[in-house]
Design a protein around this ligand. Structure first.
Ligand SMILES: [Zn+2]
Ligand SMILES: [Zn+2]
Length: 189
C-alpha cells in the first residue's frame, strides 16, 4: 500500500471509530509504528487530525458544529465548549445547553469554557456568574442563561434587565430543576 492509500484508510477508520491508537493502526496496516507516524505527520500538519493521549482523532471542523445538546447550529457568541477527559471538544449553543450537557456527562468533563457576555472573553464556566431570566432576548434556548466573568458586570446587567444570578454549581442545579419533566431545549417552563 502507498502512503497516500494508508492515509485514506486511516481517515476512513477515524470517521467511523473516532479515536485510534498508533499500535492499533500499525497492526491493522501491517506496518511499523514508525511508518504510521510518518503517514500521519502530514495529516497533523494539515490539521486533518489531532494527537490525543489515546492516539489520534479527527479534527472537529468548526463549520459543522451543532450543539451537542439541542443540535442547534452553535456558531454564535454565546457558545460554550466542553472539553472531556479524553480531549474531545463538544460545542454547545449557549450556557443553557452548556450547563445541561455538563450535568449529563459531569464525570467526563475536564474543562467547561464559556464567553463573557459583555467582553466576549473566554472564561472557565466554573468561575463564571450566570444570570437567569433577564429580560433580554438572546434568541437561543429557554430558560435563557447569560454568562459573565465578573460579579460586578453580572450585577450591572441584572440592574438593567432583571433576573437572578447563580454561581456555577447552583446554576447547574437551577437549570436541571427548571427543565425537570421537560426533554430537549427551548422549553418554556
Ligand atoms: Zn443547544
Ligand atoms: Zn441554546
Amino acid at each position: 500500500m502507498l502512503p497516500i492509500e494508508r492515509q485514506r484508510q486511516i481517515l476512513s477508520w477515524l470517521k467511523k471509530e473516532d479515536t485510534l491508537s498508533i499500535t492499533d493502526i500499525s497492526r491493522r496496516l501491517s506496518v511499523s509504528e514508525m511508518t504510521v507516524y510518518r503517514d500521519i505527520k502530514p495529516l497533523i500538519e494539515e490539521n486533518e487530525i489531532v494527537k490525543t493521549t489515546g492516539g489520534i482523532t479527527l479534527m472537529k471542523k468548526i463549520s459543522s458544529n451543532s450543539c451537542a445538546y439541542c443540535l442547534r447550529q452553535s456558531e454564535n457568541r454565546h457558545s460554550v465548549q466542553i472539553i472531556t477527559n479524553d480531549l474531545k471538544v463538544e460545542q454547545l449553543c449557549c450556557p443553557h445547553c452548556g450547563l445541561l450537557h455538563y450535568a449529563d456527562i459531569k464525570s467526563e468533563v475536564s474543562q467547561i469554557i464559556c464567553r463573557d457576555f459583555l467582553k466576549n472573553t473566554t472564561i472557565s464556566a466554573r468561575m463564571a456568574y450566570f444570570l437567569f431570566d433577564a429580560d433580554f432576548e438572546l434568541n437561543c434556548c429557554l430558560p435563557q442563561v447569560i454568562a459573565f466573568e465578573s460579579e460586578k458586570h453580572a450585577k450591572q446587567f441584572q440592574k438593567g434587565f432583571g433576573g437572578t444570578i447563580f454561581r456555577f454549581e447552583a446554576a447547574v442545579s437551577e437549570i436541571l430543576l427548571r427543565m425537570s419533566g421537560n426533554t430537549g431545549c427551548s422549553c418554556k417552563y
